[in-house]
Design a protein around this ligand. Structure first.
Ligand code: TYM
Length: 333
């Protein structure tokens, strides 16, 4: 809670492209959060440094993701929207949180293990310390609720453990956050391999759809999406491809899975895939149009980002001051 308001916070790493997985698992839920909450959404650019980035491309991608936040409908007057690297308190709190996290805990994180395998030539300290930075992101603002996809659940559990460990020693300093994960949208799978998560940095561009992709390209990708044997459009464990498409259709249209199954009964996969593509194109159309306007207005983006960072810092510095004081660091007079 901050000033008697419930605090919501989340972020996305600016790498590759923002996919419909990120949209359905995260951004779409951010848009439906109650107005009386304090909502804080940032671009997790420091997190993205754990993987080698080309600086020029990285800068463009991060700005593009920020414009996509705005294009999706996040209102910079109602929410605090900023770049993580503009708020140094994130890393200031991270250092303190590092000293409350055991190496064994960090090594157990599935994403650390997965990324270590994927980037075997660059298993850097940041990669292992990543979840502690994430804990600091969340604890910095006394966050109550963290709307994310299911892949972030383990990181949230670690955040809770760190908060409780600190609170046990120093009193009620941190709010212990809860994840907010929806049922169908929690994990959207790859269109090329329905057993793998849709990932924004997949080497195969047919595996994902970007939220600002043009209509023809979206339609093409859905038409070629990998499906299962048989021809009935029903969600089931032995139909991971169709189940994934049903989830996407349901999230994009607001129809239930059961209604979607009825709608496509006896009509076959081809008709269904076409309809899913169309639903995605329609839902994302306003976002794509807004994005094209926003991305060309760099001065506006810079101004809004600065305002967001200043508002974020006005909360964050108090948390760091409080934590440092609890730890016994001599305050600067
Ligand atoms: P990231 O950038 O991998 O993903 C951003 C958000 O999108 C969700 N997501 C998905 N949801 C459904 N299906 C998918 N295929 C899919 N892929 C991604 C993620 O769960 C996430 O909600 N560590 C975070 C970023 C972060 C953060 C934070 C989030 C840094 N600090 C503090 C919340 C709070 C990450 O890498 O997300």
């Amino acid at each position: 809670m901050y000033n008697n308001q419930k605090v919501l916070l989340s972020g996305i790493q600016p790498t590759g492209v923002m996919t419909i997985g990120n949209y359905i698992g995260a951004v779409k839920n951010w848009l439906t959060m109650p107005d009386d909450c304090l909502s804080i959404y940032f671009i997790a650019d420091l997190h993205a440094l754990t993987i080698k980035q080309d600086p020029t491309l990285f800068r463009q991608t991060a700005l593009s993701f920020y414009a996509q936040y705005l294009a999706a409908g996040l209102d910079p007057k109602k929410s605090i929207l900023y770049f993580q690297s503009h708020v140094p308190e994130h890393t200031q709190l991270q250092w303190a949180m590092n000293c409350f996290t055991y190496i064994g805990e960090a090594q157990r994180m599935t994403q650390f293990k997965d990324k270590s395998l994927k980037h075997a030539d660059n298993i850097n300290m940041g990669l292992m310390d990543y979840p502690v930075l994430m804990a600091a992101d969340i604890l910095l603002y006394n966050t109550d609720l963290v709307p994310v996809g299911v892949d972030q659940k383990q990181h949230l559990e670690l955040t809770r453990d760190i908060a409780l460990r600190f609170n046990n020693r120093f009193g009620d300093v941190f709010t212990v956050p809860e994840p907010y994960i929806t049922k169908n949208g929690a994990k959207i799978f790859s269109l090329s391999d329905p057993l793998a998560k849709m990932s924004k940095s997949d080497v195969d561009p047919n595996a994902y759809v970007s939220v600002i992709e043009d209509a023809d390209s979206i339609m093409r990708k859905f038409k070629r999406a990998v499906t299962d044997s048989g021809n009935e459009v029903v969600a089931s464990e032995n139909k991971p491809g169709i189940t994934n498409l049903l989830n996407i259709y349901s999230e994009m249209t607001g129809k239930s899975i059961a209604d979607a199954e009825l709608e496509f009964e006896g009509r076959g996969y081809g008709v269904f895939k076409q309809a899913v593509g169309e639903a995605v194109v329609e839902k994302l159309r306003p976002m794509r149009e807004n994005y094209n306007k926003l991305i060309s207005d760099k001065a506006y983006l810079a101004e809004v980002a600065k305002d967001g960072a200043e508002r974020a810092r006005s909360i964050a510095f108090k948390t760091v001051r409080k934590v440092y004081k609890k730890l016994g660091l001599v305050p600067m007079s």
